[in-house]
Write a protein that binds this ligand. Structure first.
Ligand code: SF4
Length: 333
């Protein structure tokens, strides 16, 4: 037996022993039939356990079998779901019940389960491992947090490649005889011990093997995509008046403020300019420092791209936020 295998088995054992000792008591855990497990997983997808438990009990009372759910009128299913939100889950639940009833057998592996409406990779793995003992890690946000800390995995968790690494590295940590319990142990650890901001490592059954705990860097994981810093750009928008009209230009379709009406960015001829207002404007990727120098155009000046408009009515055109701001500052709005 090599060292890696020993390490894996130590973790398998620690997880299962902890689960037997400290697992949360949840009503669906006393069921081995896939219908009851699937129902719990769908209800818990965007719902806290405390709220989900009551709904699971209502559904199990009203529809104790998959067949009874499949045959129920949709208004009854939706009515029972009322208050849980995300109603597409209820529609998918009902549609999937009908498909499985038609198939005759509940699909018994993650791949087939994933082909059903409303069942993603995590739910498929959870059902397959708990109900059918398929050895496959069920990876949701809690599991990703626990595993990235355990391995001190510095790759960005948003990347599919990172999630693949975790799936690969976590597979041998599942007890081959009780993969569902191993997965549920990780779910419970993530919910109760290895929490996002204050993991209780002292109570954690995996502390002996946890690399982040050893380094004292638990809350550095999982690594998230760092937010891009907006690029700082200086922009000049010339406020050019001719009599009581102001020059505007329709911006090209592509690029910033595509197809909006704006002040020209350039002066085609040299004319006297006075410093005008200045405005900082943040876009998703740009931190704009916009200058509004002011000038008066000679009366015969014609620029084919420009339109001379009354500034009092400019607000009724499609204009960027800084132009609206300028109009407000100058009391045109
Ligand atoms: S030792 Fe701490 S950081 Fe590591 S898995 Fe346990 S609770 Fe999470």
């Amino acid at each position: 037996m090599n060292e890696t295998t020993t390490w894996n088995i130590d973790i398998q054992t620690a997880l299962i022993e902890w689960f037997d000792r400290s697992a949360r008591t949840l009503p669906w855990r006393s069921y081995s039939n896939p219908y009851a497990i699937w129902l719990s997983e769908v209800i818990l997808q965007q719902t806290r356990v405390a709220q989900g438990r009551a709904y699971w009990e209502k559904f199990m009372t009203e529809f104790p079998t998959l067949q009874s759910l499949a045959e129920a009128p949709s208004e009854k299913v939706m009515g029972l779901w009322a208050g849980l939100g995300y109603y597409s889950r209820a529609r998918n639940l009902h549609a999937t019940a009908k498909i499985i009833a038609e198939l005759g057998d509940f699909p018994n592996n993650a791949k087939d389960l994933q082909s059903l409406p409303g069942i993603g990779p995590y739910t498929a793995a959870a059902i397959a491992s708990i109900a059918f003992k398929q050895v496959i890690p069920a990876l949701d946000g809690n599991a990703f947090r626990v595993y990235t800390r355990l391995f001190a995995l510095a790759d960005c968790i948003d990347l599919p490649s990172t999630q693949k690494i975790i799936a690969h590295k976590s597979l041998p940590l599942l007890d081959p005889l009780r993969p569902g319990d191993s997965n549920q142990a990780i779910m419970d650890l993530g919910a109760q011990i290895c929490t996002p901001t204050q993991p209780k490592c002292i109570d954690c059954p995996l502390a002996f093997a946890c690399e982040a705990f050893r380094r004292g860097t638990q809350t550095d994981f999982p690594m998230k995509k760092s937010k891009k810093v907006a690029k700082q750009v200086s922009m000049t928008l010339h406020v050019i008046m001719r009599k009581d009209k102001i020059a505007v230009i329709k911006r090209p379709s592509k690029g910033i403020w595509g197809d909006l009406w704006c002040f020209p960015e350039e002066l085609p001829e040299t004319i006297p300019v006075i410093e005008g207002l200045r405005k900082r404007h943040l876009l998703t990727h740009l931190d704009l420092d916009v200058h509004f120098p002011e000038s008066h155009a000679p009366s015969l000046w014609i620029e084919p791209q420009w339109e001379w408009v009354d500034p009092n009515v400019l607000q009724h055109r499609a204009i960027p936020v800084p132009i609206r701001w300028w109009l407000e500052e100058k009391n045109y709005i």
